[in-house]
Design a protein around this ligand. Sequence first.
Ligand code: GLN
Length: 371
Amino acid sequence: MQALSVKCRLIVIAVFGTALTTHLYAGASQSPSAVSQKEAGQLEIEINPLIAGFTAEELQAAVDEAYAKYKDLNEGKNADYIPILTETPSNLFAVVIATPDGQLFTAGDIDYKFSIQSVSKPFTAALIMTQKNPEAVQEKIGVEPTGLPFNSKMALELYEARSVNPLVNAGAIASVSMVDASDEDRRWAKVLQNLNDFAGADLQVLDKVFKSEYDTSWSNRAIANLLYNYGRLYCQPEEALRVYTKQCSVGVSTKDLGIMGATLANDGINPITGKRVMPAEHVPELLAIMATAGFYDESGEWMTTAGLPAKTGVGGGIVAVAPEKFAIAAFSPRLNEAGNSIKAMKAIRHISGELGLGVFGANPALNTEEE
Ligand code: GLN
């Protein structure tokens, strides 16, 4: 009889480790001769630590490829309605895959801190879902996509829900007003703590961004006042506006965004701290809102071409979630007309297509032919 060498492929979750292929010798055998012809009782087992079906090398290659493909693209321009955002160097670009076990696959300016802006919105919606329940979001804010820009006042008049969904400005201002808190300081402390919990980091407000936006917040102030007028704001308008604007001014790196997304990919548990940040059963409801409204009036195009729930911000950040797999975050300041980062969008869409991540099935054709 010939020696039996059993090769098994095991999926291993490597906590904080880099991926590697390991050979282990296990103390089980299926045949006496296997024992006699190898060293006693040793079978060769190849452990291949796949991450959601991919090797570490495949994930790094997807990130590198997306980065290289769009690095030199110079379309679009920085947001300028928040004056200080014009000062962010326009060529910055970063791409990150963050896994539920805390591994990061990265390229580019991954540590640069930029303002989170609207990427903060789903995370505060998560806080409301956690403090109350998703029904409260449906009843007191709404969950319908507007098909209109993020700062639309017309949406408030068109839809009886007024705030419409937590990912447009009106709904996000309503979200902070719903946080259980007896005063503004406590309200802000809870909003910031929640973002910190998602990121597994001590995030800081970028004061200059806050001042620049708050000093010019006439449009959002109008929205807050309209909501209050309609009985759809749950604290004083100026308090909600200040807390919302601070939330949008929080500085994050692309790595931070990746971990925030990975917390959602990990059913609400932060991969770095191990802390449960939101109940697992509410993650699908949040991802559904991101899928239908995360890109405002471009949400349909995004879902059709990338197939992933995601959220953008005018600071240039985007985080996308491949549910139960991992998160992809990207950052680049130049935006298109809808206020979405062109390079970040393309990079994430490319990775989604290459790896076949779309939640309704892979959508590679649109992904590869678009340029
Ligand atoms: N703070 C920004 C605003 O309220 C957020 C908008 C965005 O990122 N789309 O206008």
